[in-house]
Design a protein around this ligand. Structure first.
Ligand code: XMP
Length: 511
């Protein structure tokens, strides 16, 4: 049997996605799962399991547990931080709150031969982040390493089937972290490398053909990387049975509809119909202020429009969605809060009753994997590097009520902002940059006249996946130029401010 790769059980660690990405960088498939869902799975169809870290103590009343037979593990298991403590607790070892918490760098000393540490020096710098410690390792286990503040920093069972690490091999700060994971994946689990761009594409195409057969898939393209790559994959699977639309919600950026249609039809050979529904969207959004209501209304209208277009086509039974893996994880996080921070309309905003089934070819992929596939499918580089743009578009960048006048102003500001970033050759250094229309007016002076006009906030962030982000540090001259151009060229704006918050605690978008 060909095994599926590594299963990562998520106990709520901020690093869980990093574990998944590290495994995939080693060309092995990885899948993140909520502990409660483990019992549904046939564990033997995976090569191995990694139990992630987590914010709780294993003795907390509401701490998470997992239903795996640790006395007779079906496949190898590596517990990291909370994962190691859970293994210890479940096998009658002992975990205690330590007198000294350990956050940051520590020196880890290897004291026992361990297949996990093959080829690794005896002393390495590792990243610790814990308050609890395993004070008694379970019987049948051996201690394999320690640090100054953590006497049992690693352990393994004598059969070398279960391993525990108190430090985090998945983070960049741990020396040889990738080698440790590599040893676990290849030496212990004996996983095969099968996760590369060509395999991924073939696998997705096979699945789409299986699911869709000779039905028709309709897809709403937004000009974003995800929906475009998703559409090309479906086109490569079922050819002409893919019917695409670009729905103009009236909330797109400057000339976006026109530019994107040109790229699709002329360069990518996708047949995309332009459907202008801006009046409908803007009418339904009138006087709506709450961001989540905006998202729900837009999500529902998208589906209504798709369904009405679908009715015009015989056998249109599927709807294409560009949902990627982090969208799904953020919507079902063990921590809970991140799932309700914003209902990303790809996932949370779809109506419960829908007549179309979903096709989500990218649902298991991270953004960098999507870009690699896009490049392999011939999407031009300048398009793949476009900053992400949210489904609800400018609606969630106009704080409060949306009006046509505000949209016009914001579109013009955004055009100037992006133009300057490209001119200064910093567009590609920034993960996402955009302008936000604020619901306040401020006093200014232009020539000899007092003005009382709108305020625009600019946001630019660096990030790798949108889950965490930091604000971008501009040169003063660049900021000056951007702000001058906006205030001089866009009527109705007399003040520009810059957002200097990181995510967390803020989010990237303002709504
Ligand atoms: P936040 O604001 O949650 O954004 O830090 C993270 C990334 O997700 C994008 N985003 C959305 N994308 N529908 C989307 O398709 C949405 O409702 C939505 N809200 C945020 C955001 O632009 C950023 O790239």
């Amino acid at each position: 049997m060909v095994k599926k790769g590594i299963l990562i059980v998520d106990f709520g660690s901020q690093y869980t996605q990093l574990i998944a990405r590290k495994v995939r960088e080693l060309q092995v498939f990885s899948e993140i799962i909520h502990p409660d869902d483990v019992k549904r799975l046939n564990l033997e169809s995976y090569d191995g399991i990694i139990l992630s870290g987590g914010p709780k103590s294993v003795y907390d009343k509401d701490s998470l547990d997992v239903d795996i037979d640790l006395n007779n593990p079906p496949i190898p298991i590596l517990g990291i931080c909370y994962g190691m403590q859970l293994i210890a607790k479940k096998l009658s070892g002992e975990v205690q709150r330590s007198r000294r918490r350990e956050f940051g760098y520590a020196i880890f000393n290897i004291i026992k031969d361990d297949i996990l540490f093959e080829g690794i020096p005896e002393k390495i710098k590792v990243w610790m982040s814990h308050s609890d410690n395993v004070v008694k390792i379970p019987s049948g286990f051996q201690k394999t390493g320690y640090s100054v503040n953590c006497k049992n920093a690693s352990m393994k069972d004598r059969r070398e089937k279960i391993f525990g690490l108190q430090f985090h091999p998945e983070v960049y700060h741990t020396d040889y972290g990738k080698d440790i994971l590599k040893n676990f994946i290849f030496k212990v689990c004996k996983a095969k490398k099968n996760w590369n761009t060509s395999n991924i594409i073939n696998r997705i195409i096979k699945n789409i053909r299986n699911d869709v057969k000779d039905d028709i898939v309709i897809g709403g393209l937004s000009g974003g990387v995800d929906s475009t790559v998703a559409a090309l994959l479906v086109k490569n699977s079922i050819g002409k049975n893919l019917k695409c639309f670009l729905i103009d919600t009236g909330l797109l950026r400057y000339d976006e509809g026109k530019d994107v249609i040109k790229l699709y039809n002329q360069r990518l050979g996708l047949d995309v119909k332009y459907v202008d529904r801006s009046e409908l969207f803007l009418k339904e959004l009138q006087r709506v202020v709450d961001p989540e209501r905006k998202r729900k209304i837009i999500g529902k209208l998208f589906i209504d429009v798709f369904e009405s277009e679908a009715k015009k086509l015989k056998k249109a039974r599927f709807l294409l969605q560009g949902t990627i893996y982090p969208d799904r994880i953020e919507s079902r996080s063990v921590k809970g809060p991140s799932s309700v921070i914003k209902s990303h309309h790809n996932v949370g905003g779809l109506p419960e009753k829908m007549n179309l089934k979903l096709v989500e070819p990218l649902k298991d992929l991270f953004k960098d994997e999507v870009r690699k596939i896009g490049s392999k499918l011939g999407i031009p580089d300048e398009f793949l590097k476009r900053h992400p743009f949210p489904g609800p578009g400018l609606a969630i960048r106009i704080i409060g009520e949306i009006t046509p006048e505000k949209i016009d102003i914001l579109r013009e500001v955004d055009r100037i902002y992006v133009e300057e970033l490209k001119k200064n050759r910093i567009y590609d250094e920034i993960w996402q940059a955009f302008a936000v229309f604020l619901p306040i007016k401020s006093v200014g002076v232009m020539g000899d006249e007092r003005t009382y006009e709108n305020v625009i906030a600019l946001r630019a962030v660096t990030s790798t996946d949108g889950m965490t982000a930091d604000f971008y540090w501009f040169e003063k001259e660049t900021m000056q130029k951007i702000s001058n151009r906006i205030i001089n060229e866009v009527k109705g704006v007399n003040r520009v401010v810059y957002d200097i918050s990181s995510k967390p605690p803020s989010t990237i978008e303002w709504e």
